[in-house]
Design a protein around this ligand. Sequence first.
Ligand code: K1U
Ligand code: ZN
Length: 169
Amino acid sequence: MALREIIVVPDPRLKQASEPVQAVDDELRALMDDMLETMYAAPGIGLAAIQVAVPKRVIVMDLAREGEEPQPRYFVNPEILWASEETAPYEEGCLSVPEIYDEVERPARVKLRYLNYRGEQIEEDAEGLYAVCIQHEMDHLDGVLFIDHLSRLKREQAIKKVKKQAKAA
Ligand code: K1U
Ligand code: ZN
């Protein structure tokens, strides 16, 4: 396993749509292993492949709290089959927009279909932080960042702040 570099705004690769995966094979599992290690090291609770500059429709996630057993989850070619009309707000962050947090309103519950680490097709319902995180990560697969859900002013301020941090580093 290896740590990969997480790309940050305004890197144009974050705006590109990712390609569907053709096969869940050992090469893809090696990418998912690297992504999980990179996500834990950041630290974060989710990561899309494009954040490590790989334009594939792959996501990793672990929503276990500190002190709990790790619960790694892997999503290949995820699809949202249904989203609730009811929405819920959540203060989101993103490893590709470091140190910026803001409230985003999204459907409160979704039904998902995806392939897991073994390539098996899974359908399940998500709510709470799971629903927030999978929608945030699936946005990445379509080149959408959580700041794209904010006003233009807030988005431009966020990018300016990240650029300033990068210069100071
Ligand atoms: O960059 C990402 O896509 C990961 C992002 C996921 C996310 C967080 C909050 C709402 C929606 C999606 C993060 O993991 S940001 C870091 C973070 O939330 C966190 C880090 C350490 C402990 C707990 C949370
Ligand atoms: Zn993100």
